[in-house]
Design a protein around this ligand. Structure first.
Ligand code: NAP
Length: 244
């Protein structure tokens, strides 16, 4: 159970982030959705969370902006009474082969996926230290584990998240704070819509199907719950066997 814990979920109105928000709300956590834009998806996550009897507030924030991350985290602490769980799920792709990749393609992916994760952890760091507890869950990718043609920028950002996760875990372990990463394979969301009917993609997955956002949410729940308090610095793949 996550009764009365407070969870920040960046990218919380996207496919995987929404599933995590709903799972955490179902387990009793109050939810702070941190997203670039507040839109109808955000409103629907908030109302579904509130219908489960928890508080849910959306905070528009560009995670690539360090000052905005700090300000947003301070607002969450003031309005929801603290932070117990940070899920870094905001992410983008700008897939191209390397010769076509622009500086903007590289910068935006690194800034949001890697630096955004760094800034959000940094903004919660002292708060977790003072509480002597905290759970940080970073959404990496199998692309960061095994690489992927056409995703050099994205794979680099997600491999960076893995190094960041392990280093943060080492810095904070003695204070009882856990930092782990989830490395999903192909999960059926808006981000992978163009691949969902591609038989070659599905056939390359040993389990011959895409994953569901709800399956990732179950793993994110396990990592947020007290049952996993002795697990830190771990990178858990959820990919139907893709990266075996
Ligand atoms: P999604 O549906 O596209 O959701 C991405 C979310 O990130 C959206 O809510 C988006 O908000 C938010 N976001 C983007 N840029 C942002 C910024 N600068 N600041 C704050 N929020 C921002 O994607 P998804 O499939 O759920 O992916 C979630 C995470 O899982 C990503 O980190 C992704 O790399 C990772 N992942 C996904 C898969 C997969 O197969 N789907 C596989 C491996 C890893 P706005 O709509 O407001 O822009």
């Amino acid at each position: 159970m996550l009764k009365d814990k407070v969870a920040i979920i960046t990218g919380g109105s996207g496919g995987i982030g929404k599933a995590i928000a709903l799972k955490y709300a179902a387990m009793g956590a109050h939810i702070a959705i941190v997203d670039y834009a507040i839109n109808e998806n955000t409103e629907s996550v908030l109302s579904e969370c509130k219908a489960m009897g928890v508080n849910a507030i959306a905070y528009p924030c560009n995670v690539a902006d360090a000052a905005a991350c700090k300000e947003t985290t301070e607002k969450v602490i003031a309005e929801l009474g603290g932070v117990d769980i940070l899920v870094n799920c905001a992410g983008i792709t700008r897939d191209k082969l390397m010769p076509q990749m622009t500086l903007e393609d590289v910068d935006s992916v690194i800034d949001i996926n890697l630096k955004g994760t760094f800034f959000m952890i940094q903004s919660c760091y002292r708060h977790f230290l003072r509480k002597k507890s905290g759970k940080i869950i970073n959404i990496s990718s199998v692309a960061g584990v095994m690489g992927n043609a056409g995703q050099t920028n994205y794979s680099a950002s997600k491999a960076g998240v893995i190094g960041l996760t392990k280093s943060v875990a080492k810095e904070l372990a003695s204070r009882g704070i856990c930092c782990n990463a989830i490395a999903p394979g192909f999960i059926a969301t808006q981000m992978t819509q163009s691949f969902q009917d591609n038989a070659d993609v599905v056939n390359a997955i040993p389990m011959k199907r895409m994953g569901k956002a709800e399956e990732v949410a179950e793993l994110a729940y396990f990592l947020a719950d007290d049952v996993s308090n002795y697990i830190t610095g771990e990178i858990i793949r959820i990919d139907g066997g893709m990266a075996i």
